[in-house]
Structure formats: structure tokens, C-alpha cells
Design a protein around this ligand. Structure first.
Ligand SMILES: Nc1ncnc2c1ncn2[C@@H]1O[C@H](COP(=O)(O)OP(=O)(O)OP(=O)(O)O)[C@@H](O)[C@H]1O
Ligand SMILES: [Mg+2]
Length: 445
């Protein structure tokens, strides 16, 4: 299995790159700082130790060899130093130091002002920072070796724990700032994606604000232009559809008049039935066009009340099914919608349930995650699984209901879906496990 370390979202990718960069830069900065500080500390440390040693040397070097013991016992030794006198230079256990520390000792020793006659004849340096201890042997002009040992304190790369905390705090602050900036910068991309999604559902979705940084404003303007063109295109199509529907009415009426004069009774009846069907298709088409170009204003209504009205009206239209209608849900629920359009959408769904299922159980479920649900169930034959999507296409009717007395024209569901999507919601159909169909309407609360 391939491990997915590389995130998918633009924001996450940008943030990852920036954060990795931040960590590298901060790490490098910290290392450079620490190394520099260590160098400086070592230099200061060596300088201090040698200065102290030279103090002792200056006191003991001028006296004759036999008086060195007494002299050494008299003088004050700086804390930490131990000085011994010996006819020999210092030896093991410490190794001979040839590190920069040793050079520093020699350089510092030579910087101490003293008469040439008093200068050490030979210098030995053993140990060093690594051993945490150093022994410097100074061969005095009187022939005795003055061997001085000093501990070397470990170096500290940071000033204090406070320094590291502050540094960490700085890094975290920079990281947070980065995350915030990335989120802000990628916001327009998300807005654009949401707008494209909204446009796909409803061509009349509100335009994007053409504000913000230049690139974002330009993209928004381009998007709005595209949306306007799509709207125009859809509008032109709808207008054409209604125009055709409208123009067909006159010849249909003429044909009907002429059919009345036909001799053959049977043929006339069939002809008139066909013409009636044609006429209802034309008027449904006209209604569809009207709905698509609706400009009904949005207002706040009681959705529970609206659903009860729809059920009442369906019951009035079909008194024989009135006792197979039921509503459940909160008694009142206010929503902001286009009331007439929404009523038509819900009424189409309830009518379908009654027509194909002979009952309608409506459930209103208040919003969760911003969307409220309306479920309309019947206990009819349901819809073949392969047709669940197709029934939303204009004029599509399931085989069983074609040429049926119950038959409409096949525009009820497309109209309902158009209206609901224009509200930012949707409708889907499914078959209930216990038989019958269930229409699920979602609407933004
Ligand atoms: N509740 C349902 N149970 C079974 N079949 C259904 C149900 N609702 C819709 N259908 C099927 O989906 C088809 C399309 O429904 P739609 O409402 O779009 O058109 P219609 O009812 O045939 O005509 P109208 O335009 O008068 O509504 C129907 O012909 C029917 O076959
Ligand atoms: Mg219908």
C-alpha cells in the first residue's frame, strides 16, 4: 500500500512546505548561533584560565629554585587551580593537547607582559575541553617546572532555558501565523469551488463578490461572466421551449375543431384523446418554462403549515384517498423560501405518492447540519432501481405508468427538482426496504 504523506488540499500542501521550511531555517539559525556561542565561550574560558595561571607563574618564576616551594605556599591560588612544583614536566594520564585550546593557551601566555628573562623556557599543555581538565606545565628560568591544573567547565550552547523557550515560542508563533495566512490565502479557492457547485445546482445562484486581491477579483469577475452566459443560454433555451409550446396551441385547437367533423366515431374519439394528450403536454411545457424563469420573491413561511395545506388539497382532489394521508413533525417551522414554487414542488411529490402509491406519509424533520428534510413515503410498487435517476428527466415515465389512465406527462419530478435546487436544496427518490417509494427533500434551514 502506498503511504500518503503528501496532503491533497492546496492549503495543507502550502502549509506543509512553509512549515518544513520554517523548521529548517529555525534549526539552521539555532545551530549557527550555538556554534558561534561555543567558540566564543571556549575562547573566553581559555583566556581566563591562562590569565589565572600566569598570575601564579609571575609570582613564583622570579625566585631561586630552592625558594619556590615556600613562595608557592605563600601566594593566593585562584579557586579551582592546583599548582605543583616538579623537576619534570606534567605527564599522563591526560593526553597531549594539540587542539585549538592549546594554541589559545600559548597565544594568551605570550600576551602577558613580562621581562624576557622571566618568560617560560618551555610550555606543555595536557588535556583540554574534551577532558574537562587541563594541566599546563611551565618550565621556569630557575629550572623548576610549575605544573598548574585547572578544571574546565562544560560549555553551554544556550544562554538559559528561557532562551530556548523564547526560541520555541517564536517558532510556534511563526507556524501559527503561517497556518493563518495559508488559510486566508486559499479561502478564495474554496469560495470559487463553492460558487461553481452552487451554479451547477441553480443557474440563478447569486454572483461572487468581485472584491479582494487583484487575482481573486479577476477570477471572480471571470466566473460571474461565465455564470451570466450560462444563465442566458438556459434562458434562451427555455424561451424557445415556451415559444414552441405556445405556437403549437393554435394548430392543436384547429385540429380539434376539424376532428369534431370526422365521420368515423371511433377514429374521432381516438383522435381527440391524442389531441388532448398533446394539449396537456404543451401546457405542462409552458408551465415548466414559467417555473424556470420564476422571479418569485423569497419570504418567511411556516413549512409545516404549507405541508398540511398541500396534503389537504391533495385530499380534496382525491377524496377516496384522503384518509391515507398523514403528516408528522413539528407543528411550526419557519423557513425562507419562494412559497408558490415550493408548494408546487411538494405538491408534485405528494401527487406522485398518491397517484402511484395510493397513500402519502409526510415527515418533516428539523435541520441537522443546516439542512432540514422532508420525507414523502407511499406504499405503492416503487420505482425500478435503474430508473431512480431517469425519472427526473423531463417527459421520462416509468414503463408501467405509460399509457396509463393515471398518466401525466412526466414533468412533475423535473419541475420539483428544479425548484428545490434553486432553493439550495434537492430531492432524491429511493425505494423503501418494506416496499413503496420514498422521496427525500432537503432544504437549507
Ligand atoms: N411515488 C412513486 N412511485 C412509483 N413511481 C413513481 C413515483 N413517483 C414518480 N414515479 C414514476 O416517475 C415518473 C415521472 O414522474 P413525474 O412526476 O415526473 O411525471 P408524471 O407523474 O408521470 O407526470 P406529471 O408531469 O403529471 O407529474 C412517473 O411517470 C412514474 O412512473
Ligand atoms: Mg407526477
Amino acid at each position: 500500500m502506498k503511504l500518503r504523506l503528501w496532503p491533497r488540499s492546496l492549503a495543507a500542501r502550502t502549509a506543509t512546505v512553509l512549515l518544513i521550511g520554517l523548521v529548517i531555517v529555525q534549526g539552521a539559525g539555532l545551530t549557527i548561533h550555538a556554534l558561534d556561542r561555543l567558540d566564543l565561550q571556549r575562547f573566553a574560558q581559555m583566556r581566563e584560565i591562562t590569565m589565572r595561571m600566569m598570575g601564579v607563574y609571575r609570582a613564583v618564576a622570579p625566585v631561586p629554585a630552592e625558594e619556590t616551594e615556600r613562595k608557592l605556599s605563600e601566594i593566593w591560588l585562584p579557586p579551582g587551580l592546583t599548582a605543583t612544583l616538579s623537576p619534570n614536566p606534567p605527564t599522563a594520564p591526560l593526553p597531549i593537547d594539540s587542539s585549538p585550546a592549546e594554541r589559545l593557551v600559548r597565544v594568551n601566555l605570550n600576551m602577558v607582559p613580562m621581562p624576557a628573562i622571566l618568560r617560560p623556557q618551555e610550555i606543555r599543555v595536557l588535556g583540554g575541553p574534551q577532558e574537562r581538565r587541563m594541566v599546563v606545565g611551565l618550565h621556569m628560568p630557575n629550572g623548576v617546572w610549575l605544573n598548574i591544573a585547572a578544571p574546565i567547565a562544560p560549555l553551554r550552547p544556550w544562554h538559559s532555558p528561557g532562551f530556548l523557550t523564547a526560541f520555541l515560542g517564536m517558532t510556534v508563533a511563526a507556524a501559527l501565523l503561517t497556518l493563518w495566512a495559508v488559510r486566508r490565502l486559499t479561502l478564495p479557492v474554496r469560495t470559487l469551488a463553492a460558487a461553481a457547485e452552487a451554479l451547477g445546482r441553480d443557474v440563478n445562484a447569486p454572483p461572487l463578490p468581485e472584491a479582494g486581491p487583484l487575482e481573486v477579483a479577476t477570477a471572480a469577475a471571470a466566473f460571474n461572466t461565465m455564470a451570466a452566459r450560462i444563465r442566458r443560454f438556459v434562458q434562451d433555451r427555455t424561451e424557445m421551449l415556451t415559444a414552441i409550446g405556445h405556437d403549437l396551441r393554435t394548430p392543436i385547437t384547429r385540429l380539434k375543431l376539424r376532428a369534431e367533423f370526422m365521420e368515423d366515431e371511433e377514429l374521432r374519439r381516438k383522435m381527440l384523446a391524442d389531441l388532448d394528450e398533446l394539449e396537456s403536454m404543451v401546457s405542462a411545457t409552458l408551465a415548466f418554462g414559467r417555473d424556470a424563469s420564476t422571479t418569485e420573491p423569497v419570504s418567511a413561511i411556516d413549512l409545516a403549515e404549507l405541508l398540511r395545506t398541500v396534503l389537504d388539497e391533495a385530499g380534496d382532489a382525491r377524496p377516496e384517498a384522503a384518509d391515507r394521508l398523514s403528516f408528522s413533525g413539528p407543528p411550526h417551522l419557519t423557513v425562507r423560501v419562494r412559497p408558490l414554487s415550493l408548494k408546487r414542488a411538494l405538491s408534485n411529490l405528494v401527487t406522485n405518492a398518491l397517484t402511484y402509491g395510493a397513500s402519502a406519509t409526510v415527515r418533516l424533520i428539523p435541520a441537522s447540519q443546516g439542512m432540514l428534510r422532508i420525507e414523502i413515503e407511499d406504499d405503492g410498487p416503487g420505482i425500478p432501481a435503474s430508473d431512480l435517476d431517469r425519472v427526473f428527466e423531463p417527459f421520462y415515465r416509468v414503463e408501467a405508468s405509460r399509457n396509463n389512465e393515471t398518466g401525466g406527462v412526466g414533468l412533475g419530478l423535473p419541475i420539483a427538482r428544479n425548484i428545490l435546487r434553486a432553493h439550495g436544496g434537492d430531492v432524491t427518490l429511493a425505494n423503501r426496504p418494506t416496499g413503496g417509494a420514498r422521496a427525500v427533500v432537503t432544504l437549507p434551514a
